[in-house]
Structures are given as structure tokens and as C-alpha cells.
Design a protein around this ligand. Structure first.
Ligand SMILES: [Zn+2]
Length: 299
């Protein structure tokens, strides 16, 4: 979730909260962590470990952290858990996020919000009509980055996709991803675009390449500090994997309500729902493609 802010306002807010900042280094980037207000109850060491683990997951997926300098401004609040993350490009990356003062180490370990926000840093800023790609990518990449870092089970990855993807299907009156700006189509419609792209890249490259390779090439051309229109970015991704899947899929889905038979898709990948989680069928036709999506790739 992000929107540009008035530069002066953000700068003033940052200057006021710059005292007592901690710094974390991960491959590719340095991250400054600040509290927006004093909070004796918030455990600083646990908080910093959560930031470090989240950053390492994103750096692992992309090969390095997407932005050289990032500031994270944490607003302590009553209660438990992480919420309200937003990300901007402001002299590097700027992430604002709310953290409950009673958040437990287990809550931090299960948090997805910060990895989602950090994933936004890896894509150039797109026009409003392609917010679905910004949010869809963050929605799709976040569980994969955490799984590859050993912080989420593969069952939880696919269970989340099985539960979430139906929310991204076109409803009555849908006019395609570029022209239907509902919550479902923006977050999960965008994530479904990413899943379909990942699967098709892997089918056409004998599972040698995936969406991750396209995204790394796109990041090499520019992170969130840059602006782009969508077609040139998709072309960069397509060149990196050697098949024009992203451009083709975008042409099909941008102005039309393309539907997907998700039940058939899960079956081909060997994913069966069992008691609130999923079970894998290893001799399913596309089981190898499913495994390829969650297998770590060397930087
Ligand atoms: Zn977001």
C-alpha cells in the first residue's frame, strides 16, 4: 500500500523522529529504524530482528535488497501485531508501519506486512491504472520470499494462494485489470496475473526460468525510486526469461475480464485442500513447476 506524499511533510516528520535510530545492513541496502514516538514497552531487540529477517527474505528473493537506503518509521500502538504499512520512494525508501506494544516474537515471526511493504521497493512506480501490478506483485512475492527464507511452510504458501486467488477473479461488470480498480482485482487480480505468468514462463522454459528472473531483471533496470510505464518493464522481464509471457498476458488481461479455472489449475499443480491446509500430490502433471516456485534460487 503506498501513495506519494507531499515531500516537505514527510521530510519534517522524518527530522522529528530521527533521534535514537538503529541501523541494519543487509546485502544491497542499509535500513534505519526509528520510532515515531517513545515506547518503553516495545522490545527494541525483537523489533530489529523482525526488520532484519524481513529484509533478508526480500534480499534473498531479489538477490539483494532493492534500495540502498531505507528508513522505517515504526508507530507504536496499543495491542498486538503489525498493521498499516505504507511505502514511498523518498530519498531512498520510506516505510511507515504500526506495531502493537504487546506484539510477541511469534507475532513478528508470522508477520507478512513488512515483507509486503519491502517488496514494493523492488518495482518502479507505475501509473495509477497499473496499481494492480504493484499490489499484485507484493501480494504474490511476499509468501514466496518468506518461504524461501525458511520463514513460511510451502503448505502455508499454497494454502494462502488457494484461499486468496478466487478474490482476484473478475466479477460482473469487470472491464479488465487496467480498468477495474476494486480491492479484489487490485491485490488478488494482480497476484493471479503474477501466478499465471510464473506458471507460463516455467512451462515454456522447461522450468528453468520463472517470474523471479523477470523481476530481478526489472529491478536491475530501476527500483521504486524510478518511474515507468508498464510495457517497457514487462519487455525487460520477457527478455530476461526469453519468452514474451508478460507482454502476452498483459494484452489479454488489461481490458478484458479474463477468468481462470482455479480448480483445474490447483489440480495440475498437485494441490489438494485438506482440513484447512493443503496436501501435495507429487505425481500431478505440473508438480515440478509447483516445486520450482518455492525452491530457493542462488543469488
Ligand atoms: Zn501494498
Amino acid at each position: 500500500m503506498w501513495r506519494p506524499v507531499i515531500a516537505g511533510l514527510a521530510a519534517a516528520t522524518l527530522a522529528a523522529s530521527a533521534q535514537g535510530a538503529d541501523r541494519i545492513s543487509v546485502p544491497g541496502g542499509a535500513i534505519t529504524v526509528e520510532l515515531a514516538s517513545e515506547s518503553p514497552a516495545l522490545d527494541r531487540a525483537t523489533l530489529l530482528q523482525w526488520v532484519r529477517n524481513s529484509a533478508k527474505a526480500v534480499a534473498g528473493y531479489y538477490g539483494h535488497f532493492p534500495v540502498a537506503e531505507t528508513r522505517i518509521v515504526v508507530s507504536p500502538q496499543a495491542g498486538r501485531g503489525v498493521s498499516g504499512g505504507r511505502t514511498w520512494a523518498e530519498h531512498g525508501g520510506l516505510i511507515r508501519i504500526r506495531v502493537g506494544e504487546a506484539t510477541t516474537p511469534e507475532d513478528y515471526a508470522n508477520d507478512w506486512v513488512l515483507v509486503h511493504e519491502m517488496t514494493h521497493l523492488a518495482l518502479p512506480s507505475l501509473p495509477d491504472d497499473q496499481e494492480w501490478l504493484e499490489e499484485g506483485l507484493a501480494t504474490y512475492v511476499e509468501p514466496l520470499a518468506r518461504a524461501r527464507a525458511g520463514r513460511l511452510s510451502t503448505e502455508d504458501v499454497w494454502s494462502g494462494m488457494v484461499q486468496g486467488m478466487p478474490k482476484g477473479l473478475p466479477q460482473a461488470g469487470d472491464r479488465g485489470l487496467d480498468r477495474t480498480h476494486t480491492w479484489g482485482r487490485t491485490y488478488w487480480g494482480g497476484a493471479l496475473f503474477c501466478l499465471l505468468a510464473d506458471l507460463e514462463i516455467r512451462r515454456r522454459t522447461e522450468n528453468q526460468h520463472g517470474l523471479q528472473d523477470a523481476l530481478r531483471a526489472i529491478l536491475a533496470a530501476g527500483n521504486m525510486e524510478t518511474e515507468s510505464t508498464v510495457e517497457p518493464l514487462l519487455a525487460i522481464g520477457d527478455r530476461a526469461v526469453g519468452v514474451p509471457v508478460l507482454a502476452e498476458l498483459y494484452r489479454r488481461m488489461k481490458n478484458e475480464p479474463v477468468t481462470t479455472d482455479l480448480e483445474a489449475l490447483w489440480q495440475r499443480l498437485g494441490i489438494e485442500r485438506v482440513d484447512g491446509t493443503v496436501h501435495f500430490v507429487e505425481d500431478a502433471p505440473e508438480a515440478a513447476i509447483r516445486r520450482g516456485i518455492t525452491t530457493p534460487k542462488a543469488a
